[in-house]
Design a binder for this molecule. Sequence first.
Ligand code: BES
Ligand code: ZN
Length: 458
Amino acid sequence: MSDVLAFVDANLGRFRSELYDFLRIQSISAVQEHEGDMRRAAEWLADRMRDAGLKASIHETPGHPVVLGEWRGAGDDAPTVLIYGHYDVQPPEPLDEWISPPFEPTERNGKVFARGSADDKGQLYMHVKAIEAHMKAAGKLPVNVILLAEGEEEVGSENLVPFVKEHADRLACDHVVISDSNMFDEGLPSILFSLRGLAYFEIHVKGARSDLHSGQFGGTVTNPGNALSQIIASLHDADGKVAVEGFYDDVAVWDADVLEGIRNLPFDEEEYRKSLEVPALGGEKGYSALERLWVRPTCDVNGILCGYTGEGAKTVLPGKAMAKVSFRLVPDQSPEKVKELVEAHVRKVAPKGVTVDIEPLHGGRPWRTRPQGTLVEAASKALEEAFGVRPVLQGEGGSIPIVVDFEEQLNASALLVGFALPGCNLHAPNEWFELEAYEKGIRALCMLYENLGAGAAG
Ligand code: BES
Ligand code: ZN
């Protein structure tokens, strides 16, 4: 094992510059025009997997390709680990808010700034490098490995579900390991016990045949902007609860020890408030910020389109309005049921005089686990060795839609161990990844595979 870690130390500079090559590829899954970049990223990744000693293959889907890297030389007695990550990134807009260009990785203050540095190319590539370190320094891996990288996580993973079903035999494994989340704080690694799910909609409101003069017609027809605002306002009550009937029916009650664990985490709400530069925190009454983030569902407007938003005043009565609205879900809510409840709610509250259509976008199921057993032991020990401090257990407010499908289809439990930091601007301008976390994390992953191969925390 010391050879493996020495290999990591000796090659850190190269590990960084290779990651920067990966980050230069504009693999934006949501934008059609970047289809070629998506393919280039998939091919680049497959080549690096080969360099690391894996057998790599690219699999077509109706959307962006899946990249698989495999090595099964540890034998039938050794466990098989499926590692999952994604090579697609979110669009970088608004571009003028980036201090350095999003696809030109730039180091500042011990961090690398680039779109995808944290979510998820940096974290995915850490696994490629940990695998390479074992293969080059020891000639083998302590476990059998399947490395699956998808190109559609940021757009809902729709084509990955059928891919996993279709290739369930090939993907059969004992453990699933995913690094696409945060550490709890700088220097404090964590293991996740939950992820929220998602139900995402577009609400389209249509009024008169076209925009109208707001003086000539105002007062005679329902304004789609007013109607949409009314619909949006109806989604919450005065206590910040989601006011959709039946919405909380399936919200699970959490065990007292998990809630106790959350209360005991080193978290200061006032500092959190300051870091976000808001005059006060918001959300549902009666819960702490971490509870609101991890164990409570939410509803948020993600975008609104309506009327005149250019310079100066234009007295116009818009002909239509649209809002993107999403719900973060917690166990045991389901996106399908929430869709029905939201449709019924909007039908009920929509004012007369406009037509309202709801178009469902993507969704994902919430996930939770009781972190325990070999997998978690192996990870805790590896993280403690690499970071010098025992990891904490935490929930997560974001979503990784495929996790539940992996567990169901492959009958294996998932370990979520991430290395980004809470303030690292995921999906926002100036996304960054801490270089120290990159390096210590690669060492931790080397030790994780080792511990899993040794059969237990050992
Ligand atoms: N890496 C994130 C999930 C995440 C976010 C984990 C924050 C930990 C902290 C992932 O890439 C992501 O953004 N997922 C989407 C899923 C959606 C598009 C279905 C999300 O949560 O919005
Ligand atoms: Zn993301």
